[in-house]
Every structure is written in structure tokens, then in C-alpha cells.
Design a protein around this ligand. Structure first.
Ligand code: GLA
Ligand code: GLA
Length: 673
């Protein structure tokens, strides 16, 4: 349970009462209660309201608000207020504002414009955090700490002189000697050799490409610097309020921070989900991010900390969520492991950059809006679903995911700038999503023992221990699938000597002689030559083709065009009790889906229910009980035939026998009686 104070599904949103009069606060309490709100995130951008100058603090308004929340049975997800420092602080301390890659110091006047290594920012931020913690440690409304906000969102990296000096210290600690840095980065190239620590700089804007090893280490350093910044606040909170859980909200498809490393220091994962509700949106987009978040703490439930009640304001065009979509996507978050459903924000601002971002209470200022009515309906439904808390998603399939691989493969100049790690992950994730196969997202060195199938798309970097992890999984009977451009470099982005796929050669039983990057207008085809279920005949492929030779592997499909026509495109290698597959190109999606369907069938991985296309089914389990989420993403009603038995739908509290009808965008959570 996220907080023992509140054994229910958290429901609420970011609340910015400093934008409103106290009269409005009272109406907020009424409207929150009516909508079933039990938690609000407060103080996220309140530093300037809490501290008019270095010597003066003003907590009176927050005292009043915390008391008001407690009186109304609403809990606080209290922020440390450090996500945007006041203007006076940026003016007074010259080390605070961040410097971009070209050496320009950015101005204040927006938010999250601070250098993560700034001594002044850290010192003053931590002072404020200690005062907040001491002041509210015993307050009955305090349920959760919300440290800062979306770390690295607007400033993923700073390149100032202080960061340069701190980077050198970080390198000294990691490598011990400057010779080791030279070796790791391969600096006998373009005259990059370093003789003195002070010669080393952040990878600032220069004439051509920077050294990829240096860029990779700078990414690691920045993720670590920002983590250290978080830890500075977190440790104060832990010391003063050991029993209050701590979170910080993460983001979707977010590259700058190694969230696996961060997660070790966070009590409960939370994240902000902003899918674009445009026609053609694939619901696997948010589902993948939910699964990443659930995977960060090995399956533990997480908080959906923010979502838009309807439109956002920061896209070029901001489409509304159609009626029912916000509710459907909220249940989708729960289906993937969320135990809390929150929004940005409670009351729609009248001024400032976000005044046209939707909110739970819209510009009508009261309960008379479509959006509020939908918010109210959902909030009151969730009150009856507390038994789902702490249930987990039972997945037998895992996708390996690695931030350092992401950083390395997308920076390295060549072979194709069109190679995007998340896209390659999605090719396989979306196929499994469409097949309703639950997936865990697991770090490359994670425990694979509970999985039957592990997929590692585009595993360019193979870090120490990963070869052994995969080999042990396969030799014990697991099925492993990887793709082109895998097994190429070590943890320093250095190519493994002796050819591709480096340390994956044995498990895959192949050699890759060379690879060919295809222009967007180019493609190839491959022909399936062995029985792979319905994956038969000829398919299109594009982006990339490897020239493969088999050692011990069996050929399942061959390319049909160009100078590597007849060469292997898909191979299967028996290794111990298991099998390892290699896919040497980007196949069309239909193939991936049919191929995975075939693999899942032989691995005994079956979807929880047979349903029409566009219907998502996800199980959560607790104490031997299954909660089966059924989500109709379609715009039309569908029928489903259930296995014999009597079921109860926990959302409507109706008994369901045999056949169920699900209107468009509708949801059920079935429990077998
Ligand atoms: C130029 C440079 C070489 C090398 C090649 C690569 O010709 O002179 O050092 O970088 O490009 O194509
Ligand atoms: C982010 C931020 C919020 C708000 C929303 C708007 O998630 O955390 O403060 O700006 O975006 O979508």
C-alpha cells in the first residue's frame, strides 16, 4: 500500500491554491469531495510564495491550506517546492542558472532553470526542504512527499564550468587515472588524448562529432548529478519523516535519466502520462510507459501522478480527449499496475502559460462542465475498487530495456540516424500488446528466472554480466529474441573485437559479417522457409539488413533481394534447453505479430481471453484472486464470450454470465465468483 493513512486508490491532482483566493479554496474543498478526490499535490512551484527573500519565509498560507485539507479528509502529496527557484535567488547567486551546449547561460522567468550541480541552488533548496519537513512532519494531512518535479524535463544537461569541474571529479572516481579515461574513450583519435585532468571538458558544441565515449560518460554523469540533487532533498525527508513515503514524478519515453538507477532511491514510482489523443493513436504507447514504470521497482504498483483531464496546451495543436477516453485511459493505467490516478491540474488557471491546459475544474469555475462530470464519475467509481490495491501483473514475457544502450546507440555517428531505440522496442511491444500478452520491462542485468520469453530489441551495447545473464536464461529453457545491431559495443561504446554479434555469438549461433543501412525509400523482402505458424510466405522489411552467416543456428527465413538475397534473415539456435532467435532486419509489423504469436504458443504463453481487435485485456492478481481488466479502445460496441463461470464486474457491480457486451470506450474489471 502506498500510504497506510489512505487504504484506497489515490485520486486527485496538482493543486495550485496560490493562484486563487481563500474563498475559492473553500469551494475547491466542496468540489473535491463531490468528485471523490482524496489526495492533492501541492507546493510544486511554490518556492517564490514560500520565501520572499533569503532571510524570510512565509508558511502561513500553506499552514492554512494543510489544515483545510485535513478538515476535509483530503491528503497532501506535499512537494519540496524546489522545481522553480525565485527570481531573487537566480539574481543573487551566479552559479544557479544553467548553461547550454553552446555556452549561453539561460535566463530565469520560466521553470526548472537551474544547474543541477549548483552549490547555491542545492544549499538553499535543502534549507527549504528541511523547514517544510520539520513544519509538517506531524501534520495529519501529510501522506506523501513529492520531491521537485519532472527532474531533467527542461534542463536535461548543463555545460557550465562548475559542471565541467564536477565531471572531472566524477571521472577521477570512476577511472582512477587519466590514462584509464583515455583508454575508455579511445582518445588516440583526432588528437583527443588528454595529459591533464583540467583539459577534459563537457562535450560542448564543437566543429564535428564529439567523442562518443565522452558523450556517454557525460550522460551518465548528468543522470548521476541530478540523482544526487534529488538525494540531497530525499535524505532530509527520510531523516525527519521516516514513515512518509517519498516519490518524484517521472516522464514518458524519457531519455536523460537512468530511471532504473533512480528507482532504488524512491519509495513509490510515479509518472506523468500525456498521450496525444489524435486519431490513429495506438494505446500501446501509454501501456509501454506504464510497464516501464512498473518494471522500475520489480512489479510494485505505481502512481499515475499526472494526466490531462482533456487537452494539453503544449502541443502545436491540442486535441481534446473525447468523452470516455480519460476514464478508459485511467483504467488502462490501473490495469498495468497503477494504484493511484491523478491529474494535472485541479483548477484551470486564469493566467500564466498553462491557462489553456485542461483541468478537473474548467474555466466554468464550478461543476458544470463535461470534464468535471467525467472526473466526478471516475472518482466515485474508484472508491469501490480498493481491493485491487497491491495486486500485481503476472507476466511471463519480458522486454529488456537499458538507458545506457539508448544513449549510446542514438549518439554513435552512423550507420543510420533513423535508428531509434524506443521505436525498435515498440515494434515488439506493440505486437505483444495487440496479442494481449502481458509484458514486464526488465533491466538487462535483471532476474529473468520467472520468464519464458525475453526479447531484447536493438541491444547494441552488451554490458558486463549481460552475456552470462542471457546465456543462463536460455540454457535453462528460456526463449530469447534479439535483433539486428545487437552485441556490437561494450559499456564504453567500444566495438567488440572479433566481429559481430560479439558476446552474443554463442547463444545466437551466428556471425554478422556486415550491415547495410537502408534509406527511407529503400526496402528489401524476406521469405519464410520453415514452419512459423501463420507467419509464412514473403514479407517486406526496411531500415536495416545484416549480412548473416550461421554457425550452429538454423535458418528460418532468407532475404530475397539485393546482393544478400538468399542469406539468412531470421535464425534459431538451440542453446542448452532453450532457443535464441535473431532477426536481421526491421520486418513489417504483421510479421512480428504472427511470429510472436507462434513463439508464444510454443512457449505456452496465452492471452488471458480471446477478444476482438482493439480490446485490451490485462490481469492483475492478489492472494490467488484475479482482476481481469477489459478495455474497449474501439469506437464500436463489442461482444466477448467468457469461459464458463459466473463473474462480477467490479466497476458496475453487475453479475456477468457467459457473454458480455462492451460499449465503445467502456471498461470492466471481472472477478470470477
Ligand atoms: C574526411 C576526413 C577523414 C575522415 C573521412 C570520413 O575525408 O578527411 O579524416 O573523417 O572524411 O569519411
Ligand atoms: C508536466 C508538469 C506539470 C504541467 C504539465 C502540463 O507534466 O509536471 O507541471 O506543466 O506538464 O501538461
Amino acid at each position: 500500500m502506498i500510504s497506510k493513512k489512505l487504504p484506497h486508490i489515490f485520486y486527485g491532482g496538482d493543486y495550485n491554491p496560490e493562484q486563487w483566493s481563500e474563498e475559492i479554496w473553500l469551494d475547491d474543498m466542496r468540489l473535491m469531495q463531490k468528485a471523490g478526490v482524496n489526495l492533492v499535490s501541492i507546493g510544486i512551484f511554490s518556492w517564490a510564495s514560500l520565501q520572499p527573500n533569503e532571510d524570510t519565509y512565509n508558511f502561513e498560507w500553506l499552514d492554512k491550506l494543510m489544515d483545510l485539507l485535513a478538515q476535509n479528509g483530503i491528503y497532501a502529496d506535499l512537494a519540496t517546492a524546489t522545481a522553480a527557484q525565485p527570481a531573487w535567488l537566480s539574481q543573487k547567486y551566479s552559479d544557479v542558472l544553467p548553461v547550454d551546449i553552446k555556452g549561453n547561460r539561460l535566463s530565469y522567468g520560466s521553470r526548472q532553470s537551474y544547474c543541477p550541480n549548483s552549490i547555491s541552488y542545492r544549499r538553499l533548496g535543502q534549507k527549504l526542504v528541511r523547514m517544510l519537513a520539520e513544519r509538517y512532519k506531524g501534520h495529519p494531512a501529510l501522506a506523501l512527499w513529492h520531491v521537485n518535479n519532472e527532474y531533467a524535463c527542461h534542463t536535461p544537461s548543463c555545460y557550465c564550468d562548475n559542471c565541467a569541474a564536477t565531471f572531472r571529479k566524477w571521472l577521477k572516481k570512476k577511472y582512477g587515472s587519466i590514462e584509464n579515461v583515455n583508454k575508455a574513450w579511445g582518445t588516440n583519435f583526432w588528437s583527443q588524448h588528454y595529459y591533464d585532468w583540467d583539459e577534459i571538458l563537457p562535450p560542448r558544441a564543437t566543429t564535428a562529432q564529439n567523442n562518443p565515449g565522452q558523450v556517454l560518460d557525460y550522460r551518465r554523469f548528468m543522470s548521476d548529478s541530478i540523482l544526487e540533487l534529488y538525494m540531497g532533498e530525499k535524505e532530509i525527508l527520510r531523516e525527519v519523516t521516516p514513515d512518509i513515503p517519498i516519490t518524484t514524478n517521472f516522464m514518458s519515453d524519457f531519455k536523460p535519466l537512468d530511471y532504473f538507477k533512480w528507482a532504488e532511491n524512491i519509495d513509490v514510482i510515479s509518472w506523468d502520462s500525456y498521450p496525444n489523443p489524435e486519431p490513429g493513436y495506438h494505446p500501446g504507447w501509454a501501456a509501454l510507459n506504464h510497464d516501464i514504470m512498473r518494471g522500475l521497482k520489480n512489479g510494485k504498483p505505481f502512481i499515475l501522478m499526472e494526466q490531462a483531464p482533456s487537452q494539453v496546451n503544449w502541443r502545436p495543436v491540442n486535441t481534446n480527449k473525447r468523452p470516455g477516453v480519460m476514464r478508459l485511459w485511467s483504467y488502462q493505467a490501473m490495469a498495468h499496475g497503477a494504484d493511484a490516478i491523478m491529474f494535472f491540474q485541479w483548477r484551470q488557471s486564469l493566467k500564466g502559460a498553462e491557462k489553456f491546459h485542461s483541468a478537473m475544474v474548467t474555466h466554468t469555475g464550478n461543476e458544470n462542465s463535461r470534464v468535471y462530470r467525467e472526473v466526478e464519475k471516475l472518482g466515485n467509481e474508484l472508491k469501490g475498487l480498493s481491493e485491487i490495491l497491491d495486486s500485481t501483473v503476472p507476466a511471463k514475457t519480458a522486454i529488456l530495456f537499458d538507458y545506457e544502450n539508448w544513449w549510446a546507440v542514438e549518439y554513435t555517428p552512423g550507420p543510420s540516424e533513423n535508428l531509434k531505440y524506443m521505436e525498435q522496442i515498440r515494434n515488439y511491444y506493440n505486437a505483444l500488446f495487440d496479442l494481449n500478452i502481458p509484458v514486464d520491462i526488465v533491466p538487462v542485468n535483471g532476474d529473468l528466472s520467472k520468464y519464458s520469453l525475453v526479447i531484447a530489441p536493438l541491444m547494441y551495447m552488451v554490458k558486463p554480466g549481460v552475456k552470462e545473464n542471457i546465456e543462463s536464461f536460455v540454457s535453462k529453457g528460456g526463449t530469447f529474441i534479439t535483433t539486428f545491431f545487437s552485441g556490437i559495443v561494450d559499456e564504453n561504446d567500444g566495438v567488440f573485437p572479433g566481429g559481430y554479434p560479439g558476446p552474443l555469438k554463442d547463444v545466437l549461433g551466428i556471425k554478422v559479417e556486415e550491415f547495410d543501412a537502408l534509406e527511407p525509400h529503400m526496402n528489401n523482402k524476406f521469405k519464410v522457409t520453415q514452419y512459423l505458424g501463420k507467419a509464412s510466405g514473403e514479407y517486406n522489411c526496411n531500415l536495416w539488413c545484416d549480412v548473416v552467416h550461421t554457425d550452429t543456428a538454423r535458418i528460418l527465413a532468407v532475404f530475397t533481394e539485393d546482393y544478400y538475397a538468399g542469406y539468412p534473415c531470421i535464425t534459431e539456435n538451440s542453446f542448452g534447453k532453450g532457443k535464441a532467435y535473431y532477426i536481421a532486419t526491421q520486418p513489417e509489423q504483421d510479421f512480428i505479430k504472427e511470429f510472436l504469436k507462434y513463439i508464444c504458443r510454443i512457449d505456452n504463453i496465452v492471452p488471458p481471453l480471446d477478444v476482438p481487435e482493439g480490446v485490451e485485456v490485462m490481469p492483475r492478481v492478489k492472494d490467488g484472486k484475479e482482476y481481469l481488466f477489459i478495455l474497449n479502445h474501439n469506437n464500436s460496441e463489442i461482444n466477448i464470450i467468457l469461459p464458463p463461470g459466473e463473474y462480477i464486474d467490479l466497476v458496475s457491480n453487475k453479475i456477468i454470465n457467459n457473454t458480455l457486451k462492451l460499449p465503445p470506450k467502456e471498461v470492466m474489471i471481472l472477478n470470477q465468483k
